[in-house]
Design a protein around this ligand. Structure first.
Ligand code: GDP
Length: 313
């Protein structure tokens, strides 16, 4: 039987795994629950970076070399914006703007984000379900040595340079899981946590009331793919952030962080085989090529299946 798989994901790192899963599962068997803590309003536009990264990746439009945005993008809007002295710290490509403008317009007409994303996915023949974690506003806020910054000002404007002391998810306590999120978790045969940033991409999802409890109570095994390869994060601020928060950059720390929901950890074969405190397997988890993405997706599903089979029926 083909498993029904749910994957919790952020942007670029997580989308690599979701693309691998999409190669080996029928579309109707795959649901991605996506972080919206990075969402923000910029120049009046509603922007959902992680959701858009996943839509671009699954529809073959992502700019692989750049690591974000669209392939073959043009930049007339940004050029014109600069001549007028407009804020240019956040890059908005001409094609990318279409998503933001349509989303902003649909939101103004009262459509929930989940419906807007489903419409985009359908227009681009994206088969797997792409679900925002919530339709309610949640904003990842970082307490830094430069004061409190929202995610995009920390990540894009300040390029992760400020030292982070604490992270909070504004609005999360009042947020409700988006439609289908809890049902997908309850019906899943395997639940994966992508190798996304645990603190900035996965924690906002777990902060939405009801989601962590659904994972802990799910019949499926919950398996995380570690974002650490060779004692370092592959990309982005994960390792810097862990050091600043006083957390050791180890797989044990990742497993400990997820302990309330986790049954298994897939860790990289380059890292010391120290027992992370949960059932684990090792693989080459570095995802450069499509074959790499498929290999990591398969290894994570094999571990989830092993854990499920070892459970008393
Ligand atoms: P963002 O939202 O665009 O910053 O991306 P994510 O949070 O989804 O992913 C960032 C994380 O993905 C970083 O912590 C990286 O270490 C991890 N990552 C990126 N590429 C890979 C990879 O090929 N293998 C593994 N194991 N982790 C990766």
């Amino acid at each position: 039987m083909t498993p029904r798989v749910v994957v919790l994901t952020g942007g670029v790192g997580g989308a690599k795994l979701v693309l691998g899963l999409a190669q080996i599962l029928p579309p109707s068997n795959l649901t991605a629950i996506v972080n919206t803590g990075d969402d923000f309003t910029h120049l009046g536009l509603a922007i959902s970076p992680d959701i858009d990264t996943l839509l671009y990746t699954l529809s073959g439009k992502a700019n692989a070399a750049q690591g974000w945005g669209r392939e073959g993008e043009s930049w007339s809007f940004m050029s014109a914006l600069r001549t007028l002295g407009g804020a240019d710290w956040f890059q908005l490509g001409d094609g990318d703007l279409a998503l933001h403008i349509l989303r902003t317009d649909a939101r103004a007409q009262g459509q929930p984000l989940s419906q807007i994303v489903a419409n985009f996915a359908q227009a681009w023949n994206v088969g797997p379900a792409v679900l925002p974690m919530t339709n309610d506003p949640v904003a990842t806020m970082l307490t830094t040595d430069e004061g409190e910054l929202d995610f995009q000002h920390y990540f894009v404007a300040r390029r992760c340079a400020p030292v982070v002391r604490a992270i909070r998810f504004q609005g999360a306590a009042q947020a409700r899981p988006a439609p289908c999120v809890l049902a997908a978790i309850a019906q899943a045969d395997a639940i994966l946590i992508a190798p996304s940033n645990p603190y900035l991409s996965i924690d906002p999802i777990l902060a939405v009331p009801g989601i962590a409890a659904a994972l802990a109570g799910a019949k499926a095994a919950v398996v995380a793919i570690s974002p650490i390869v060779g004692g370092q994060a592959v990309k982005g601020p994960t390792a810097k952030l862990m050091a600043e928060l006083g957390i050791a950059i180890t797989n044990t720390a990742i497993a400990t962080h997820y302990r309330a929901v986790l049954n298994g950890l897939l860790l990289d074969e380059r890292d010391p085989p120290a027992d992370p405190g949960v059932t684990f397997a090792t693989a080459d988890t570095l995802m450069h090529t499509l074959e790499d993405r498929i290999r990591v997706a398969r290894a994570a599903l094999v571990l989830a299946e092993q854990i499920s089979k070892s459970r008393p029926q």
